[in-house]
Ligand binder design. Structure first.
Ligand code: NAD
Length: 535
């Protein structure tokens, strides 16, 4: 069980500890934010908290108040090197640990995460801003990945061929690849790390996580839980930081593979730099998810889905619906139905039990998202609902809130369409035919998720067949696959070959070895210089 301690006061193995100072220790500073004697989030290396020595730190905000709640250490090359060294040292024993023992530990991890789900969710609300129901949902989806990883003995079963040649058998085994790293985004500070490390360590690898510097605390609680569950020291490490830490990971010779989730420009950079340095890389990028609504769709069902998927988590989901594509006469009633739902959604801080949508992660991001409410109409779109009219929207101080916003008549040449907005600004595009709607999806540079709403099974099947996206929803607006399938987009939404978690995650974190064996039979011994033949 963990309880708060001042930062840096509790180091050492086997202790109960936490790294996060209470926000109450902060005081108001000249810039209107809390600064000064605040606590800091440190690294987790070799099974213990390690205070950063680089001299560099970044602020961690409480998005609901706009104040700096704490700081986070930024790792340099040496600190990343220390984490990789701990992971390298732990690898031989961990990969030799029996599958039944690894499974037993993973079960305990799963149970501890479940027991502490509200604490984890509390960190998400405090630093990301998402409301508690949403934060608990994130933890639950992460737990699915731990549960999947508990099946590792079955997942690592290979194939066996008896008598491939006379007296010769062939079989395949999958082995871990070594030290692997995960670099994760701000919008799912618990779930995305679990997408990665659950399967990575289940396969016998050791792991170095570099979480988003915007909301780092959940990863430290998770590190403690892994420690408490019996994951050996060095198997799971956390280093915090920015580009300096990421670049140290990308170039470190002892890191075999990198899983990345974040924006497309950084995903491309991670993929290009990581592979240039000889690493296996899967880098998931940004998105622009279209929800097509055909004229025969149930308007209420489609409007509910558009609101849930457009504004849930304040639109800060890579699978959020960014644009509703209304086909034909469905447009007017659909826009009216969405508009009517918006005032009913309660915007507020996570501390308000009635709040359904929280603030955005930083002021800079909130202001960028709000800017589309100016550029949209300037480029010819129609603002139906302006979230800046919400009482919690305040440009000068306070939390980073923006009310639910709706922009109609958006076209492909507008910034509101070309950019990934990643906030509570839903756009509507109007087209005349199904074919035009599919062209929008398929011509877009991103290809993460897409959805179609219709009562026509034939149209839905045609869409499933021809949509150029990695995840398709049919009357389901956010088709995030369950943990026993894999998650990944197409086009600029994924760089690399393998999708994340599920069966492809197991493939990513292992490499195949094929063994061809013959046992000596003195009677058949002979020299043969020809290429081995099976017949
Ligand atoms: P981001 O790309 O800014 O940051 C992701 C990670 O990269 C962080 O750990 C960050 O510290 C690091 N980073 C940032 N700038 C860097 C740089 N210049 N060099 C090296 N490393 C750098 O993304 P974000 O803002 O944290 O997250 C939101 C983005 O992530 C959105 O684009 C969203 O669509 C995407 N996302 C995608 C998926 C998916 O599965 N495809 C899931 C979640 C989020």
């Amino acid at each position: 069980m963990m309880h708060p301690e001042p930062s840096g006061a509790t180091e050492g193995q086997g202790q109960t500890m936490t790294q996060v100072a209470e926000p109450g220790s902060a005081r108001a500073g000249a810039n209107g934010h809390e600064t000064g004697a605040i606590g800091a989030v440190h690294h987790w290396i070799g099974g213990r908290i390690v205070e950063g020595a680089s001299g560099r730190r970044g602020p961690v905000y409480d998005p609901a108040t706009g104040r700096i709640a704490r700081e986070v250490d930024f790792a340099n090359d040496d600190e990343v090197g220390a984490a990789v060294a701990a992971a390298t040292a732990a690898f031989p024993a961990w990969r030799s640990t029996s599958l039944s023992k690894r499974t037993e530990i993973l079960f305990r991890v799963r149970n501890l995460v479940e027991t502490h789900r509200k604490e984890i969710a509390g960190h998400l609300t405090a630093e990301h801003g998402k409301v508690p129901s949403d934060a608990l949902g994130e933890v639950a989806r992460g737990i699915e990945n731990l549960e999947f990883a508990c099946g590792i003995p079955n997942l690592l079963k290979g194939g066996f061929t008896e008598q491939a040649s006379t007296g010769v058998d062939v079989f395949q085994i999958r082995q871990p690849i070594g030290v692997v790293a995960g670099i994760t985004p701000f919008n799912f500070p618990a779930m995305v790390p679990m997408w990665m490390f659950a399967n990575a360590i289940a396969c016998g690898n050791t792991f170095v996580l570099k979480p988003s510097e915007k909301d780092p605390s959940a990863s430290m609680l998770i590190a403690e839980l892994l420690h408490d569950a019996g994951v050996p020291d060095g198997v799971f490490n956390v280093v915090h930081g920015d580009k300096v830490a990421v670049d140290a990971i990308l170039t470190h010779p002892d890191i075999a593979a990198i899983s990345f989730v974040g924006s497309t420009p950084i995903a491309r950079y991670i993929y290009e730099t990581g592979t240039k340095n000889g690493k296996r890389v899967q880098a998931l990028g940004g998105a622009k998810n279209h929800m097509i609504v055909l004229p025969d769709a149930d308007i209420d069902m489609a409007a509910d889905a558009a609101v849930s998927a457009g504004y849930g988590s304040a639109g800060e989901r890579c699978m959020a619906i960014a644009t509703v594509v209304a086909v034909g006469a469905v447009a007017d009633p659909l826009v009216e139905a969405i508009k009517a739902r918006l005032p009913k959604i309660k915007v507020g801080p996570g501390s308000d039990p009635d709040a359904e949508m929280g603030p955005l992660v930083t002021k800079q991001h909130r202001d960028k998202v709000a800017s589309y409410l100016d550029s949209g109409p300037a480029q010819g779109a129609t603002v139906v609902t302006d979230g800046r009219e919400h009482p919690l929207y305040d440009e000068s101080e306070g939390g980073f809130f923006l009310g639910l916003s709706l922009i109609d008549n958006v076209t492909t040449d507008m910034d509101a369409y070309k950019d990934e907005i990643f906030g509570p600004v839903l756009t509507v595009m109007r087209v005349d035919t199904y074919e035009e709607a599919v062209h929008l999806v398929n011509d877009n540079p991103y290809g993460n998720g897409t959805a179609i709403f219709t009562r026509d099974g034939g149209a839905a099947r045609q869409f499933q067949f021809e949509a150029k996206a990695g995840m398709v929803g049919i009357n389901v607006p956010i088709p995030v696959p369950v943990a026993y399938y894999s998650f990944g987009g197409w086009k600029a939404s994924l760089f690399g070959d393998l999708h994340m978690y599920g069966p492809e995650g197991i493939q990513f974190y292992t490499r195949a070895k094929i063994v061809t064996q013959r046992w000596p039979d003195p009677g058949t011994s002979k020299v043969d210089l020809g290429f081995p033949r099976t017949r």
